[in-house]
Ligand binder design. Structure first.
Ligand SMILES: C[S@@+](CC[C@H](N)C(=O)[O-])C[C@H]1O[C@@H](n2cnc3c(N)ncnc32)[C@H](O)[C@@H]1O
Length: 288
């Protein structure tokens, strides 16, 4: 895949097709990431996430790995405009790297970020990437993944499939992307020992932003069945039907995505539509 030809057009193209949706999704959990100290960002493209994150979290060290030199150039310009000078020995480093082949430059990352990046790979390749990165991560590192997903429901699923197919065709034509379909990311993460802690579904579930945590340190080593039960339990609580999961819900601290049908705060949703399932669901493992 070579994103050089689209690097300078990437932002407006995205906005022309999706408006602010993908931007909201990328930043959805920003408020939960303030504790991160050592951050690895994969395939950030034109650097929008890194620029926002580096301003929101002024102490974390960030290594951003990107394959396309032109994307890196655009990202560097963006960071400099925000008053951040990227350098390999500074707080924010932008590096040209192929995540499939190159090891990350540091150790002990407590947060990995991949927005609309894993959709460039199939399950096997994602599993290889996770395995390659694993020794470089903290035992309880978190992984923030935002990407497209095919939601349930006949009409919305058909529409989403069509849009995803168009996107893959576009990227195939413009960048030479070989992947043709969305991989089952959750399956790969579960098999690699990660536990899903938080999930935000935007646009009816077509865009999903999730925080996964490497299992182990918070007693979250569960079976898939238990995890599904946990998810169900919190969803149930969100409908106001369970005492059990009280206190397990958490709302994003970002204010982004807090408006409209898909972005209600928990309290708002209860007042407006008690029976409606809310946008975000938090499982019972700790976010931090
Ligand atoms: C679809 S774009 C997503 C960009 C950005 N993360 C976003 O949220 O829009 C995928 C990005 O991953 C980069 N990429 C693809 N394969 C890569 C690899 N093997 N190693 C590093 N970066 C890669 C591409 O150059 C591109 O910038």
């Amino acid at each position: 895949m070579n994103c050089d030809p689209i690097a300078r057009h990437y932002r407006w193209l995205e906005h022309a097709v999706f408006g602010a949706l993908l931007e909201r999704a990328r930043l959805y959990w920003m408020g939960e990431l303030r504790q991160a100290r050592r951050v690895l960002v994969l395939g950030d493209g034109d650097g929008r996430f890194v620029a926002e994150f580096a301003q929101a979290n002024r102490t974390a060290r960030i290594d951003s790995l990107e394959l396309s030199q032109r994307m890196l150039d655009v990202a560097e310009e963006r960071l400099r405009r925000s008053g951040i000078a990227p350098s390999n020995d500074g707080r924010v480093s932008l590096r040209r790297a192929d995540v499939e082949k190159d090891d990350p430059p540091g150790w002990g990352y407590d947060l990995v970020v991949s927005h609309f990046f894993l959709d460039c790979f199939d399950e096997w390749a994602i599993a290889q990437i996770v395995e390659r990165l694993a020794p470089h991560l903290d035992a309880d590192a978190r992984w923030l993944v935002t990407d497209f997903r095919i939601p349930q429901g006949l009409v919305v699923a058909a529409f989403s499939r069509a849009l995803v197919a168009i996107m893959y065709r576009f990227f195939r034509f413009a960048t030479g992307l070989e992947t043709k379909r969305l991989a089952d990311f959750p399956k790969v993460f579960e098999e690699a020992g990660f536990v899903r802690c938080a999930q935000a579904r935007l646009a009816g579930g077509f865009v999903v932003s999730e925080i996964w945590r490497r299992g182990g340190s918070d007693g979250s080593q569960e079976t898939a069945r238990q995890k599904e039960d946990g998810l169900h339990q919190v969803k149930h609580a969100m409908h106001g039907n369970s005492d059990n999961a009280e206190g397990q819900q958490k709302q994003p601290h970002n204010g982004i995505g807090d408006e409209g049908e898909q972005g209600q705060r928990p309290g708002d949703a209860e007042q407006q539509a008690p029976q409606q399932e809310r946008e975000h669901v938090v499982l019972h493992c700790h976010l931090r």
